[in-house]
Write a protein of this length. Structure first.
Length: 199
């Protein structure tokens, strides 16, 4: 993922998290985003992270982070225990994202999800014209080393949300660090959604 896109996504998330919210960050990495939310928005935040080195870094930041695999379940969290669950650049790497996202809506009232858009024109061109697995500035891995297990597009995601009964309260699309408004399924390198369940 381009650093400029990561920065855009982080700023968007920070802007959409209410002050003093209860936040769960799934796949929180080294805690950089969660730390900003605690410091700038006064959230009561906790994270889940699989990578042990990232967990150590997050704890050194003074954060509450659980070392474990979120896909094993969020059973130890109460129903509606959080105002907001964040899954930023995480779902494409999960084995069973549908299961985790449903659990996220059990423990949280709203959900922020960001993901790389595999429908971006450059990825399509490499696959369709060159006949090669895409490797782009936003998807910088070779086929044999990528952590990505699921290759979703903006269109796939919106159809999935519709089928699950989730509505987007806000969304943004980004390429090269700038927001995209037209033809996001073709032109965006990443997408971000703020979701809640339909009443």
């Amino acid at each position: 993922m381009r650093e400029s896109n990561r920065a855009f996504i982080e700023e968007w998330i920070v802007a959409h998290v209410p002050n003093r919210a209860r936040v769960l960050d799934v796949g929180c990495g080294d805690g950089a985003l969660l730390g900003r939310l605690v410091n700038e928005k006064g959230v009561r935040g906790t994270g889940i992270e699989l990578n042990e080195e990232n967990v150590r870094t997050a704890i050194q930041r003074g954060l509450s982070v659980h070392h474990g695999d979120a896909e094993e379940g969020l059973d130890h969290y109460a129903d509606s225990g959080f105002d907001l669950v964040i899954c930023s650049l995480t779902i494409q790497e999960l084995g069973h994202p549908q299961r985790l996202l449903r659990e996220a809506f059990r423990v949280g009232k709203q959900l922020i999800v960001s993901f790389p858009n595999f429908g971006h024109w450059l990825a399509r061109w490499q696959l369709g014209v060159l006949g090669r697995a895409p490797s782009t500035p936003c998807l910088p891995y070779t086929w044999y080393e990528t952590p990505n297990r699921h290759y979703l597009t903006v269109k796939d995601w919106e159809e999935f949300c519709e089928s699950e009964g989730w509505q987007a309260l806000d969304r943004a699309f980004v390429a090269n660090g700038r927001q995209i408004h037209l033809f996001p399924n073709l032109r965006s390198e990443a997408a971000i959604y703020l979701l809640e369940e339909r009443k």
